[in-house]
Design a protein around this ligand. Structure first.
Ligand code: IMP
Length: 432
């Protein structure tokens, strides 16, 4: 069965670890959106890998990795990541496929990202400054350069020249010359050529052979360009719908959808976060959870679990199960609050509002649950969790309407609980 792994909050939910755990039961891991703004952290035998563009499956020999047409590819970042992996003895070899339809991030996209943020003043998105938004803007504006274009220099020279001229006009300097940039891209194109494929066709063949695909989401539901807290979002569809458009697979290819949610909430960058905490409790969560951006090192904003938000994520993604991560970060708290609804003026909202101004005016309504003193760090079976931790999970299941199938109790692969009755446990029985 093919499974999509999707962030059910604002990104950084711990998808990297979950994808890494499930990968041995799949033949292919496929990224369908985003770019090197993502930071998927995987800890293997004490070595920490932070993957940005490469699907997390690359850490497993024999697993093929796909970068779909919905991804934006910075060739410089790609080759840097390949070089880092090689230092650890991980060879990409012929295990990588990059869609010929994926759009390329060029240096002018990074300049435009910075410019756009500077112009927003106090309405900054807080982007990762990787040029993600401007690259998607060029795609939608039909002036983008695709990976497939790099194979034919005559086909994209004029477009690079026009784009660089537009960049120079906007930035107000002529610092960027199009010719050397174009030549660099031609070289990158030659280096990438062995991996460039019709990804949709490749994935159809994989499925026809009865092999399984893991669709790896980046960012999270609330950073989705359509369903997130617009405009404080990334520029792609990180929700389950993005799988089909970002890879060229039909909706029936998605056998099951796993949402990944932290046992509390974090966000990095601007925009409303209804359960955001400040003061000692925020600091405690940030330090215990090491909540600093994997890509940018920025401190993450921290808050309690928002069940209204996760219920919304369950709806827009059609979640079958949740992987609840970082349970151990809540160890030792006397009590834990969970947001069950919002108070907005004189109204109580039980559904996540579609409008960011309305969301910003919402105050969380909390239910207070008892904490636990016995540590959950490293616990590997559900029965060994303290009774209060099990009650906490049961209440989250009730509130979001989705069963929790996987619980992560630490950053290592082994520090994980698979609940036997869950659909997620069944994936562990499947052969790649
Ligand atoms: P961009 O994707 O760089 O354009 O950034 C847009 C918003 O998405 C900003 O608030 C970023 O902090 C956020 N963002 C992008 N990628 C990630 C991620 O992998 N984890 C968490 N937040 C992200």
């Amino acid at each position: 069965m093919n499974v999509a792994v999707i962030g059910a909050q604002w990104g950084d939910e711990g998808k990297g670890k979950i994808v890494d755990l499930l990968t041995p039961h799949f033949s292919v891991v496929a990224r369908y959106q985003g770019g090197h703004n993502a930071g998927h952290t995987v800890l293997v035998g004490g070595t920490k890998f932070v993957l940005h563009l490469m699907p997390s499956g690359i850490l497993h020999p024999g697993v093929s990795c796909v970068i779909g047409n919905g991804v934006v590819v910075d060739p410089e970042a790609l080759f840097e990541e390949i070089a880092t992996l090689a230092q650890y003895g991980i060879e990409v070899g012929d295990r990588l496929a990059i869609s010929d339809k994926a759009h390329v991030i060029l240096p002018y996209h990074r300049d435009l990202d910075l410019l756009s943020e500077a112009r927003r003043g106090d309405r900054k998105i807080g982007t990762t400054s990787r040029g993600i938004g401007p690259a998607y803007e060029d795609k939608i504006g039909r002036r983008g350069i695709r990976v497939g274009d790099l194979a034919d220099p005559s086909a994209f020279a004029e477009q690079v020249r026009e784009n660089v001229m537009a960049r120079n006009r906007l930035v107000g300097d002529s610092a960027l010359e199009w010719q050397p940039l174009f030549e660099r891209m031609v070289t990158y194109g030659e280096r990438m050529r062995p991996w460039v494929k019709d990804v949709s066709l490749f994935l159809a063949q994989v499925q026809a052979e009865g092999r399984s695909i893991l669709f790896e989401g980046a960012q999270g539901t609330f950073l989705d360009i359509d369903h997130g807290t617009y405009p404080f979002v990334t520029s792609s569809n990180s929700t389950a719908g993005g799988v089909c458009t970002g890879l060229g697979v039909g909706p029936r290819s998605i056998g099951s959808v796993l949402g990944v949610a932290k046992a509390y909430t974090t966000r990095v960058g601007g925009g409303p976060l209804p359960t955001e905490l400040s003061g000692p409790m925020a600091d405690r969560l940030r330090e215990a959870g090491q909540e600093y951006g994997a890509s940018t090192g920025r401190p993450r904003r921290c808050g309690w679990y928002d069940a209204v938000a996760v219920r919304y994520a369950a709806r827009v993604n059609g979640l079958d199960a949740i992987a609840l991560t970082k349970m151990d970060v809540l160890d030792g708290l006397p009590h834990i609050d969970v947001c069950t609804s919002y108070r907005c003026g004189d109204r109580t909202l039980t559904e996540f509002p579609g409008n960011v101004l309305q969301l910003a005016a919402c105050r969380p309504v909390y239910e207070r649950l008892p904490g636990w003193s016995k540590p959950t760090g490293g616990v590997r079976s559900y029965g060994e969790l303290p009774a209060e931790a099990r009650s906490y999970i049961a209440r989250l299941e009730e509130l979001s309407g989705v069963p929790v199938g996987i619980i992560s109790t630490g950053s290592d692969r082994d520090e994980t609980i698979f609940r036997e009755e869950s659909v997620a446990a069944a994936w562990l029985g499947q052969k790649a």
